[in-house]
Design a binder for this molecule. Structure first.
Ligand code: SF4
Length: 328
C-alpha cells in the first residue's frame, strides 16, 4: 500500500484528482476504480506499482498509424480502470511489480524506441506511469498513452511534457446517453476536455471510435463527434473506426457490420476528416494512408501490418505535400 498523488482533504473525506470522476471518498472507502481508498485521511492505492503484462507489438496494432510508422513498441498493460468496458472494475486485480529502471534499461538494450501504456485505464496507475515516462525521456524513448479520456486536466498537465502520443478510445461516438446507460457516467464531456488538453500540451493524438450495432450507432452523435474533432483538433487527426466484437455483458449484440462501417467512414470523410481508417479486413480502401492532396498511396497496410511505406520523410513523394505524422 503506497501513498498517491493528486488528492486533497475535504473534512474527513478525500477528493481524488487523478481522473475526471474526482471521487469524494469517505474514510475506509474506495473510489470508483476500487483501487484508491481513504485510509485515515490519506489516499492510498492497492497494488500501486504493479502491472499485468509487458509485450512487444507494432505501433500500428495499438492503433497508431501516424506516429513512427513501422516501429515496434514495448507495451505495458497496467492495472485498474474507471469505466466498466473491456475490463471490469475489479479490486481483485492481479499484477506483478515492475521496476522503472529495469524496464527502461531493457528497452534501451533492445533498442526499442517506444514505450506504450495500454489496457484498462493506465491513468489509474498514474504514479507508476509518470515515474517511468520521466525516466524514458532521459533515454530518448518515446511514450504513448492509451486512454478512455476520463483523465483530469491536472493529470494531463503533469504528464504532458513526458508524453509523446495519446490514443483516445471513444465508444459509440461518445453518445452521452450510451455512456450514461452502459458505463454509469453522467456525461461524456470529459473525453472532449482530455482531447483539448492533449492538444494544449502538444501530445500527438489519434482517436478511435468503436461502433456498436443497435445500441451505439447513433448517427447524429457520430456526426457531432466528427464535427467536434475537425473544429477543435484538426481535420488531419487520424480517426479509426474499430470493430465491436461481442463479449461479456454485450455478448448478445452482433459485431459491427461492413455496411455500418462504410456509412460511418463515408460520413467522416464527407464531413472533412482527412485520415479515416476502418479496422475490418472486409471494408476495402480504409487501411491505406493516402496523400490528402493527390491521393497517392503513401502507406499501404494489410490489417495492421505495413506492406509498403512510400513516404519521403513526412512528405508525399508524388506531390511534396506535407503529411501530418511523426517520423522520429
Ligand atoms: S482514480 Fe479516478 S476513479 Fe479512482 S478514486 Fe481517483 S478519481 Fe476516483
Amino acid at each position: 500500500m503506497e501513498e498517491t498523488m493528486f488528492w486533497s482533504k475535504e473534512g474527513k473525506k478525500i477528493r481524488c484528482g487523478i481522473c475526471s470522476f474526482n471521487c469524494l471518498i469517505e474514510n475506509g472507502s474506495f473510489g470508483r476504480c476500487k483501487l484508491r481508498y481513504n485510509e485515515n485521511g490519506s489516499l492510498k492505492m492497492k497494488n500501486l506499482g504493479k502491472i499485468k503484462d509487458i509485450n512487444k507489438r507494432s505501433v500500428e496494432s495499438l492503433p497508431l498509424y501516424h506516429f513512427m510508422p513501422g516501429h515496434e513498441a514495448m507495451v505495458v498493460s497496467t492495472i485498474g480502470t474507471n469505466i466498466d468496458w473491456i475490463s471490469s472494475i475489479d479490486d481483485k486485480v492481479k499484477g506483478n511489480k515492475v521496476k522503472s529502471e529495469d524496464l527502461i534499461k531493457e528497452l534501451n538494450a533492445k533498442k526499442i524506441k517506444i514505450l506504450a501504456f495500454n489496457d484498462s485505464e493506465p491513468i489509474i496507475s498514474f504514479e507508476l506511469i509518470f515515474k517511468i515516462m520521466r525516466l524514458a525521456k532521459r533515454y530518448n524513448i518515446k511514450t504513448v498513452l492509451t486512454t478512455n479520456g476520463f483523465i483530469s486536466s491536472e493529470a494531463i498537465k503533469k504528464i504532458g511534457k513526458y508524453l509523446d502520443a495519446a490514443i483516445v478510445n471513444i465508444v459509440a461516438s461518445a453518445d452521452k446517453n450510451f455512456y450514461q446507460k452502459y458505463f454509469n457516467v453522467d456525461d461524456s464531456y470529459a473525453i472532449f476536455d482530455a482531447l483539448k488538453n492533449f492538444k494544449k500540451h502538444r501530445v500527438f493524438t489519434e482517436v478511435t471510435n468503436t461502433i456498436i450495432p443497435e445500441i451505439g450507432e447513433d448517427e447524429s452523435s457520430h456526426s457531432n463527434l466528427v464535427d467536434w474533432l475537425i473544429n477543435n483538433l484538426d481535420s488531419s487527426v487520424p480517426y479509426h473506426l474499430l470493430k465491436f466484437e461481442p463479449f461479456g455483458r454485450f455478448k448478445d449484440i452482433s459485431e459491427t457490420p461492413v455496411e455500418l462501417f462504410e456509412k460511418f467512414a463515408f460520413e467522416a470523410e464527407k464531413s472533412g476528416l482527412r485520415f479515416v481508417y476502418v479496422h475490418d479486413p472486409y471494408v476495402a480502401g480504409y487501411s491505406t494512408t493516402y496523400c490528402y492532396n493527390c491521393r497517392f498511396p503513401l502507406i499501404e497496410r494489410l490489417g495492421d501490418a505495413i506492406i509498403e511505406n512510400r513516404l519521403d520523410g513526412d512528405r508525399c513523394p508524388s506531390c511534396g505535400f506535407r503529411i501530418s505524422l511523426v517520423i522520429e
